[in-house]
Design a protein around this ligand. Structure first.
Ligand code: PEP
Ligand code: MG
Length: 309
């Protein structure tokens, strides 16, 4: 009777038998304000992309300016988690106010968390602004770093965040090296979140912007699914949350597979939430686990899709 009582059109993410998988939002530019996104029926923000504050700016945004923006978002999410991703710039997303060296392969250059090691004052100011805004609101604020490749980088970032008074800090898994060593990264982090867009790009050596490579970038590619499973299992072993915040999380069928792998949250563009919620509620956790095992035996994305098709 409890199962029948679960709504498929509103409320938290649950499998048919009530196993929780958090439904979170990907949020970008402030645009007309954060009210519309705060009103979406979701459990929080799984990825706040902060690049919009930096990329077109002539000078580095100050602590007060950043704090004001973060505060506006956090206020709408009082009582809910908000994961703020620190600046994901560099390479093909250069900053006007710091000098980058020319890089022959921008996607493999100083980008993401790597910019923080080159320009540590940028990360320091951002963490200060996030911590101040968090203290002034009731949101459960967490931070995560993009493009982390090793546990050493993860430990540096998490330590910096904790030193700024931010209690929960994690890293994105977007580089195959990080996925392969997920257990070590989890050991020094409070959580991880898988960025499947970049993880696909770097696993298949296929530029994510090239439509012509769409077949390789298919989120049902078994190699990608195997890496996600590896990270999810590491999360289960360490008892720490593993989220997904790339486009793959918005696929209502794949969401069932991810739930079966042990992923604890899915973060997506707001319009995708309703379908993912409905998709999760079509199967029990045992059925999701069975599907998660069987997709790994597939050789092609088509075979993987057929498991639940
Ligand atoms: C990703 O790479 O999957 C991700 C969520 O980050 P972005 O798309 O902003 O690079
Ligand atoms: Mg990314």
């Amino acid at each position: 009777a409890r199962v029948a009582a679960l709504s498929t059109t509103s409320g938290p993410g649950r499998t048919l038998d009530g196993h929780p998988v958090k439904l979170l939002l990907n949020v970008g530019a402030e645009g007309a304000g954060f009210e519309p996104v705060a009103a979406v029926d979701a459990e929080g923000v799984g990825l706040f992309r902060t690049e919009f504050l930096f990329l077109d700016a002539e000078t580095a945004p100050g602590v007060e300016e950043q704090e004001a923006v973060y505060r506006r978002l956090f206020e709408g999410f009082a009582g809910r988690p908000v994961v703020v991703r620190t600046l994901d710039a560099g390479a093909d997303k250069p900053l006007k106010f710091v000098a980058f060296d020319d890089e022959p392969n921008p996607a493999l250059g100083v980008r993401g968390y790597r910019t923080a090691t080159k320009f540590p004052e940028l990360l320091g100011a951002q963490l200060t602004a996030i911590a101040r805004a968090a203290a002034a609101t009731g949101a459960q604020v967490q931070v995560m770093a993009p493009m982390v490749a090793t546990a050493v980088e993860a430990r540096r970032f998490v330590t910096a965040a904790h030193e700024h008074g931010i209690a929960s800090a994690g890293v994105m898994i977007e580089v195959p090296a990080a996925a392969l060593r997920a257990r070590e990264l989890l050991a020094v982090s409070d959580f991880v979140s898988i960025g499947t867009n970049d993880l696909s790009q770097y696993t298949f050596a296929a530029d994510r912007m090239l439509g012509a490579l769409g077949e390789l970038l298919d989120p049902w590619q078994p190699a990608l699914l195997q890496l996600v499973a590896l990270v999810a299992h590491a999360g289960a072993e360490t008892g720490k949350p593993v989220g997904i915040c790339g486009e793959a999380a918005a696929d209502p069928v794949l969401a069932q597979v991810f739930a079966g792998m042990g992923v604890t949250s899915l973060s997506m563009a707001p319009p995708a939430v309703a379908a993912v919620r409905a998709g999760l509620r079509t199967r029990t956790l045992a059925e999701c686990r069975d599907a998660a095992e069987r997709v790994l035996t597939a050789t092609t994305p088509e075979q993987a899709r057929a498991v639940l098709g």
